[in-house]
Every structure is written in C-alpha cells, then in structure tokens.
Design a binder for this molecule. Structure first.
Ligand code: GKE
Length: 334
C-alpha cells in the first residue's frame, strides 16, 4: 500500500524540492498544499494532488490531513532579513498554521509530523560577533530569538514537543540555517543574501555597472546550506527515531564580503561594494554546530558554498537573461 504524504508549503522553495524528492523516490501518494494560487507555485508537478488554500484555517488543515500518513509542515510566511524585519506580525501569524495542523493531525491520527524551524530561534546574545562559535541546539535557551519570526518558530517547536508528550503525536523538528539554491526567491523582497547577491552581480554584469549595494558593512558572517544538503538532512531527521531538535545547516562560516568574492569569481566580474548600514542586518554572526546530528544520525552537509553558489548563480542568470524578471521567483506579494 502506498503511503500518503502531505507537503504543506509545497509551492515554496524547500517545499517544492521536497515534493520533487518524494516524486523521485517513489512509493508515495503526494498531496501538496500552499496558500499561493497554483500558477505561482515554484515547482508544479502533474502527478501530485494540489490544494491552494490557507492553512491558518483549522477546517483547511482538517481537510488536507484526512487519510494522510506523514505530514511535512514547510509552510510559513517568511523571507530573508528584508522581509522578516519588516513583517513581524505576519511572520508570527504562521503560528496558526502549525497549531491548526497539529490539532488536525491529532484528530486524523497522523503517523509522523515534521516541523521546519529556523536558526532564527537562537539566542541573540550568542550571535553578537563575527565568526562566532557554531550554535549548538541547546543555545536556543535562555530564549532570545529573532523578533517576530524567531519567536514563532521557537513557540511552535515547543508546541510540537507538547503534542508528542501529551498526545503521543510523533514529531520531528529541524532548524534550517539559511538554505539557498535554484528554484527559490531571488528578488521582490523575500530573497536571502545568497540569491540577492547573485542577482545584484548578474545585473551589474549584464548592464555593465561597476557597483552593487550591500546591506551592512559586509563583515557580518553566516553559514549557508545548499538545498540538496537541506533535503538530505531533512530526510535523515524525519526517518530517525528521535524527537530531538536538530540543526540542518552548514558549519562553513563566511563573511558577506567573502561570499561576494566567491560570486565575483563565478561571474568573472568584479564589483565595487556600496555598503548601506541602514538596511536590515540581522545578527552579527551565525553558524551551525553539527556535533549533535553527526553523533546521533551520522550525517553532516557535504556541498561546499562555492559549489552551491555556482548552481544558484547559473540558474538566476538564466532567469534574468530569459527576461522572466516578473517571474514567480521575484515577487513578494504572494
Ligand atoms: N537579504 C539580503 N539581501 N541580505 C543581504 C544583502 C542583500 O542584498 N546584502 C547583505 N545582506 C546581509 C544581511 O544584511 C544579513 O546580515 C546577511 O546578509 C544575511 O541576510 P539574509 O540571508 O537575508 O538573512 P539572515 O541569515 O540574517 O536571516 C535569515 O536566517 C534564516 C535561517 O538561517 C532569516 O531571514 C530567515 O530567512 C531564516 O530564519
């Protein structure tokens, strides 16, 4: 008997790649749900059942989880710092998605529930310097997460835990650390730094411009995880027997200026960096400590930042060169 899998947020970046993973690793009936109209979904597959509906509504959660075995909640209103710093209430409303999905999963007796949390839950005091020590899972407490988005993710992690403890709902949780790759947002306001800086350098090269705008002073540091490693780590955690929270992130920490240099080399085009300190900067330094997932699940990411950026740059270049600038990947209002 084929198992039935529901991917919430299937119209988005990570959700779309997850659907594709399950399509290529057969044996599942795949049900997709996303608030966006289907024509705006980043990846649309004929051989999946698709629902365009708002999962903040309990009735919709009940409907899509009926007769489902496994649920992946990849759905939330989010984006890079440019979005989450300016849409704190909207990001917190994603708590309705996770809450109502958990309630519906309990009623529909789902076998396992996956929640996509974020590195934005980590204590801000531990991210005050550049090239900080990698964040371990315990570093989320004492709690001082990113305002808005980070608090929702941390609260929703705890709700998952209590649904496991009180109602025996089997849950899995990962904290993603800035996932990037093709078939994601690269413009419009929700994009994160890797795609944004690829886009800026591509546009400078195409238009023979010599400079780009960089948010902050460029010395802030991050680690960035390529989408293929993200999917692999996600399945490692989902298929494990552990209800613990796991980092799914890279420990290859770089400054934004260093990432720009990697992209310049990919583009074979040097740019002058105009730093705008008024733009959203987020934390000063962040990276993933992968000790726990390595010891528990014998897994760690394997794709280097440079290799992931090459694939991402090339995909964004094709999008821009083909004139699909108004593409669904460069809109923020949906
Ligand atoms: N988005 C963007 N666009 N960021 C830029 C740009 C630009 O053109 N230029 C420089 N940056 C800098 C930002 O100021 C920030 O310091 C750093 O790159 C990373 O920004 P980001 O990728 O938008 O987001 P963050 O890593 O700060 O935070 C994100 O973390 C994720 C989890 O790791 C969040 O926005 C969520 O997307 C998510 O929680």
């Amino acid at each position: 008997m084929k198992k039935n899998i529901l991917i919430c947020g299937a119209g988005g970046f990570i959700g779309g790649h997850l659907v594709n993973y399950f399509r290529n690793n057969g044996g599942f009936n795949i049900v997709c749900a996303d608030i966006k109209p289907i024509e705006y979904w980043f990846q649309i597959f004929e051989d999946t059942k698709k629902h365009s509906l708002d999962l903040k509504e309990f009735e919709n959660c009940l409907k899509v989880t009926s007769n489902i075995d496994y649920v992946f909640n990849m759905a939330c209103n989010m984006g890079g710092m440019g979005f989450i710093e300016n849409n704190k209430a909207e990001c917190m409303l994603s708590v309705l998605i996770n809450t109502n999905l958990l309630r519906a999963c309990k009623i529909n007796d789902i076998k396992r529930y996956f929640f996509s949390s974020s590195a934005c839950v980590y204590n801000a005091q531990k991210q005050k310097q550049t090239f900080v020590k990698g964040l371990k899972e315990a570093d989320a407490y004492p709690a001082e997460p990113e305002d808005g988005y980070g608090w929702e993710k941390l609260f929703s992690e705890r709700m998952c835990r209590h649904f496991t403890e009180d109602f025996n709902l089997d849950t899995r949780i990962v904290r993603y650390h800035n996932i990037f790759g093709p078939l994601g947002t690269y413009d419009g306001g929700r994009e994160k730094a890797p795609a944004a800086l690829c886009r800026k350098i591509i546009n400078a090269k195409i238009n023979k411009k010599k400079d780009i705008e960089v948010w902050g002073d460029g010395e802030q540091t991050r680690s960035f995880l390529y989408i293929e490693d993200c999917i692999e780590g996600t399945l490692k955690v989902f298929n494990s027997n552990s209800n613990n929270v796991f980092n799914v992130g890279s420990d290859e920490q770089v400054s934004i200026n260093q990432m720009i240099e990697i992209i310049e080399n990919i583009a074979n085009y040097k740019v002058k960096k105009n730093y705008d300190l008024s733009k959203p900067k987020g934390v000063r330094g962040r990276s993933s400590d992968n000790t726990f997932i390595k010891s528990e699940l014998s897994w760690e990411p394997s794709i280097k930042l440079k290799d992931g950026l090459e694939k991402t740059y090339s995909w964004i270049y094709d999008q821009i060169a083909s004139g699909s600038n108004i593409s669904k990947f460069s809109r923020s209002n949906i």
